[in-house]
Design a protein around this ligand. Structure first.
Ligand code: HEM
Ligand SMILES: *[C@@H]1O[C@H](CO)[C@@H](O)[C@H](O)[C@H]1NC(C)=O
Ligand SMILES: *[C@@H]1O[C@H](CO)[C@@H](O)[C@H](O)[C@H]1NC(C)=O
Length: 329
């Protein structure tokens, strides 16, 4: 009896293992090879044209993919339009400056002409982030495909689940762990802040009226950095929507390891960036990336992106293939 039970649970465990592997294997780079052979190239075309016109879209698309994956998995839910109650992911607090929606819509329109009802919005977004970042000279990574689109988008979930700039290392690490990502993934993916912009109001709390500070600034910041940022972000309501580069080196839109130098030099934008070196494990990895080769960083960043792109994906018969990315069918 005992042996029979344990052998049947062994078989069951085996079945679960096969299922788990199969679920993972459902994403594949050649997913559309037969159903939409030119699709991957068509997405790249649209993205490259947009980013050639304005490099800032690379940051926009990368952040959009991140926000998508964090809420209900990489299911295109961030692309869904707001509803009359204003309770979609787009309406959540951390949505500030989300951009790139138009590029996704344009790619989708092109694909609906050549292979209608086949190519998911979630896959378009995953490809667009990769194509945009590699086009500006950043890392390249594999994008296995076969994600399907979700039908639900909730601001409350985005507010509750996206990481916040005020988080400590352990809060960030557990936020990433809740998505199946490691501390190394946290540190590598934070390197995305080597490109892009922030609104002043995400940084002014560190420049003025910082609790317990004599001159108003967060004492952990470099003083030169503080005066530079105060110039771009005066303490006025009108300036709240000014933009600042997250990493102002080399024009602010160059993907490199300079973000990690900024963190070590106390010139990083957010407290969540500084938090990476607040524990020795984090500090060691930040130092290793800052002093290591760019190609090594690129390949590790790429691996973490591929991992991020697998968070909570809908495959098989789950979800749908939206015809318009901003609306469910
Ligand atoms: C670790 C926790 C993180 C926090 C707290 C955080 C927070 C933020 C905030 C507040 C902004 C500025 C928004 C604005 O004011 O407009 C921003 C921008 C950005 N974030 Fe993060 N982020 C985090 C991780 C990530 C990750 C994992 C990625 C991608 C892999 C990413 C990519 C970006 C990019 C590219 C921008 C610039 C967007 C643009 O210029 O349009 N961030 N982030
Ligand atoms: C972000 O949320 C605000 C406030 O709800 C909203 O007015 C804005 O349109 C949203 N941004 C995007 C890109 O949807
Ligand atoms: C702050 O940055 C400036 C300019 O880059 C540098 O000269 C200075 O040494 C830094 N201050 C500290 C305390 O590291």
């Amino acid at each position: 009896m005992g042996t029979r039970r344990s052998s049947s649970s062994l078989v069951l465990a085996g079945v679960f293992l096969v299922l788990a592997v199969a679920a993972n294997a459902q994403l594949s780079e050649s997913f559309y090879a037969r159903t939409c052979p030119g699709g991957v190239a068509a997405v790249r075309n649209v993205v490259v044209n947009a980013v050639r016109n304005d490099r800032r879209f690379a940051a926009g698309l990368l952040r959009l993919h991140f926000h998508d994956c964090w809420v209900r998995g990489c299911d295109g839910s961030v692309l869904l339009n707001s509803n009359s109650r204003g309770t979609a992911e787009k309406d959540a607090g951390p949505n500030l400056s989300l951009q790139g929606f138009g590029i996704i819509d344009q790619a989708k329109a092109a694909l609906e002409r050549t292979c209608p009802g086949v190519f998911s919005c979630a896959d378009i977004l995953a490809l667009a982030a990769r194509d945009a970042v590699s086009f500006i000279g950043g890392p390249n990574w594999k994008v296995p495909l076969g994600r399907r689109d979700g039908t639900v988008s909730r601001a409350s979930e985005a507010n509750a689940q996206l990481p916040q700039t005020s988080m400590s290392f352990s809060q960030l690490a557990s936020n990433f762990a809740s998505k199946g990502l490691s501390e190394s993934d946290l540190i590598l993916l934070s390197g995305a802040h080597t490109i892009g912009l922030t609104h002043c109001n995400a940084i002014t709390p560190r420049l003025y009226n910082f609790p317990g500070s004599r001159d108003g600034a967060d004492p952990s910041l470099n003083k030169t950095f503080v005066s530079e940022k105060r110039r771009v972000c005066p303490n006025t309501r009108a300036a709240a929507n000014n933009f600042v580069n997250l990493d102002s080196s080399r024009g602010g839109q160059t993907f490199d390891t300079n973000y990690y130098q900024n963190v070590l030099n106390h010139k990083a934008t957010f407290r969540s960036d500084d938090a990476l070196i607040s524990v020795s494990r984090g500090r060691n990895l930040v130092r290793a990336i800052a002093s290591g080769s760019q190609s090594r960083f690129f390949s590790e960043f790429g691996s973490s992106m591929e991992k991020m792109g697998r968070i909570g994906v809908l495959t098989g018969r789950n979800g749908q293939i939206r015809r318009i990315c901003s609306r469910t069918n």
